[in-house]
Write a protein that binds this ligand. Structure first.
Ligand SMILES: Cc1cc2nc3c(=O)[nH]c(=O)nc-3n(C[C@H](O)[C@H](O)[C@H](O)COP(=O)(O)O)c2cc1C
Length: 104
């Protein structure tokens, strides 16, 4: 998933909103893949260092484009095993009406 800094919205300052928007794209693709029984694995490590150099060469990606995200898709050969998934409680990071505001 490539980001072109030269084509960002005129009112947007910097690349942050564009990259975040692509994160939303990734989420939608992930949800759709999941609903179709297709596994989805984001791999951000292809966006930097030696990996990036090779990927750019292999896929002929111009230098002016930023590799924002990469992912792989696949049909699981078997039901995934249950594993520990670490999730914070919503109350740990949700604020009500003001920063630090406690919910019900
Ligand atoms: C923005 C982002 C970048 C990620 N980058 C990597 C990565 O470089 N390598 C990797 O093995 N997993 C990476 N992951 C995690 C996998 O996609 C992971 O399978 C997925 O988040 C499911 O996690 P869960 O089992 O906690 O639900 C990344 C996830 C996100 C959201």
């Amino acid at each position: 998933v490539l980001y072109d800094p030269s084509r960002r919205a005129p009112a947007s300052q910097g690349d942050f909103p564009g990259i975040i928007s692509l994160g939303c794209v990734m989420e939608n693709m992930w949800l759709m893949a999941n609903s179709l029984g297709i596994g989805f694995h984001i791999v951000s490590s292809l966006s930097n260092g030696a990996f990036e150099k090779n990927i750019r060469k292999m896929l002929n990606i111009p230098d002016k484009l930023i590799i924002a995200y990469s992912f792989r898709l696949g049909y699981p050969v078997k039901e995934p095993e249950k594993y520990l998934r670490v999730r914070r409680d919503v109350k740990d990071f949700a604020h009500y009406n003001k920063y630090g505001g406690k919910g019900i």
